[in-house]
Design a protein around this ligand. Structure first.
Ligand SMILES: NC(=O)c1ccc[n+]([C@@H]2O[C@H](COP(=O)([O-])OP(=O)(O)OC[C@H]3O[C@@H](n4cnc5c(N)ncnc54)[C@H](O)[C@@H]3O)[C@@H](O)[C@H]2O)c1
Length: 328
């Protein structure tokens, strides 16, 4: 049977890497994307591209009727800070979009869903590393929308025969190791893109929030996962569902955390430039450490991170930023 996938949000940062991975491995891919934050330049030339909105029910219905072995659902608003000031936007896009998708999948022959969730569903860690059994208690509305969709999906699986793999990403980072994806993530709020902008002189000074945490150098630490590792997990999840595998919710992280200063130092080494930065007070609500236990993804999908050391993450990001600067 031909392996075909619908990737909703396939022009975005993570989605474009997922599309390249699937096509590299012989899958046929259709992308649905409204290009609100995705880029035409990141579309794979062999993918079929449908420009449109997830909330366009008629369009979605038409696509799902074609019968996909898996639907990968990445499209979402994703800025945690923004979600606290514009909850109505996140409600409409993430909850509204998710609801249309569940309703339409329930009526269609496309029954297998791979969902982009997040470590934000856990909230402040009660213990580390975070495993999937850790209590969920999102600290922002964005995380709530992701958890809420996860729960709705579980009900639709039970009541309407949908099947799923929920992937809870930790901090997505890095770019395609072969340099094929050069369009940069739009409006990133994460540390690594800000470090890149500081290196390129596009931002005056990086603010480091707090140096009094209980970590090796006092700065906060996070679990960074290379986007190519994330992409592979989607392909494995699609294979798992194809083979009739059980519904799953799994963490995608490395189990190791890197501090802000470690990122800065490695970035300086790779670029040969200095990152101008200043330490300021802690930011409210920021946990000291976040890191994943990924044993379940390893056991159920055979997934392990391969490219998520700091060097490949930062060197691939630096190359993408340099290529982008050269183009502009
Ligand atoms: N980047 C991270 O670190 C991270 C971490 C955890 C989870 N996630 C989740 O992963 C997913 C992808 O994140 P990303 O970093 O690639 O973001 P992104 O903004 O680069 O990609 C989202 C894509 O979806 C498209 N899109 C948005 N709304 C749409 C709609 N209504 N209809 C059609 N297309 C629409 C955008 O144009 C874009 O191409 C999101 O669901 C995000 O919440 C991201």
């Amino acid at each position: 049977m031909e392996k075909n996938v619908l990737v909703i949000g396939g022009a975005g940062y993570i989605g474009s890497h997922v599309v390249f991975e699937l096509i590299d491995q012989g899958w046929r891919v259709t992308i649905l994307d409204n290009l609100s934050s995705g880029l035409r330049q990141n579309l794979h030339p062999q993918a079929r591209f449908v420009e449109g909105d997830l909330l366009d029910r008629a369009l979605l219905q038409e696509l799902l009727r074609e019968g996909y072995q898996s639907v990968v659902y990445l499209a979402a608003k994703k800025a945690a800070g923004e979600s606290m000031v514009k909850p109505e936007l996140y409600c409409q896009q993430n909850l509204g979009g998710g609801q249309v998708l569940l309703e339409e999948m329930a009526q269609s022959p496309s029954k297998n869903l791979i969902f982009s969730s997040t470590a934000a569903v856990y909230g402040n860690p009660q213990y580390l590393p975070l495993d999937e059994g850790h209590p969920t208690n999102p600290m922002n509305y964005y995380g709530y929308t992701k958890l809420s969709f996860e729960q709705n999906l579980a009900w639709f699986a039970q009541l309407k025969g949908l099947r799923f793999v929920v992937l809870r990403y930790f901090n997505a980072a890095g770019y395609d190791l072969r340099g094929r994806i050069t369009g940069l993530e739009q409006n990133p709020a994460n540390l690594i893109p800000l470090v890149m902008e500081a290196l390129l002189g596009e931002r005056d000074e990086l603010r480091v929030f707090g140096q009094d945490y209980n970590t090796k150098d006092g700065t906060g630490e996070r679990d960074y996962i290379h986007v190519t590792d994330l992409a592979r997990a989607h392909r494995l999840a699609a294979g798992h569902l194809n083979q009739g595998g059980e519904n799953l919710t799994v963490n995608l992280g490395t189990g190791a955390a890197h501090t802000v200063l470690e990122i800065i130092q490695e970035a300086e080494q790779i670029s040969g430039k200095k990152v101008p930065y200043k330490v300021v007070g802690r930011r409210e609500g920021d946990p000291c450490s976040v890191l994943a236990d990924y044993a379940l993804a390893q056991e159920k999908l055979g997934w392990v991170p391969k490219f998520s050391a700091l060097e490949p993450i930062l060197s691939s990001t630096w190359k993408a930023y340099l290529a982008n600067q050269a183009q502009s």
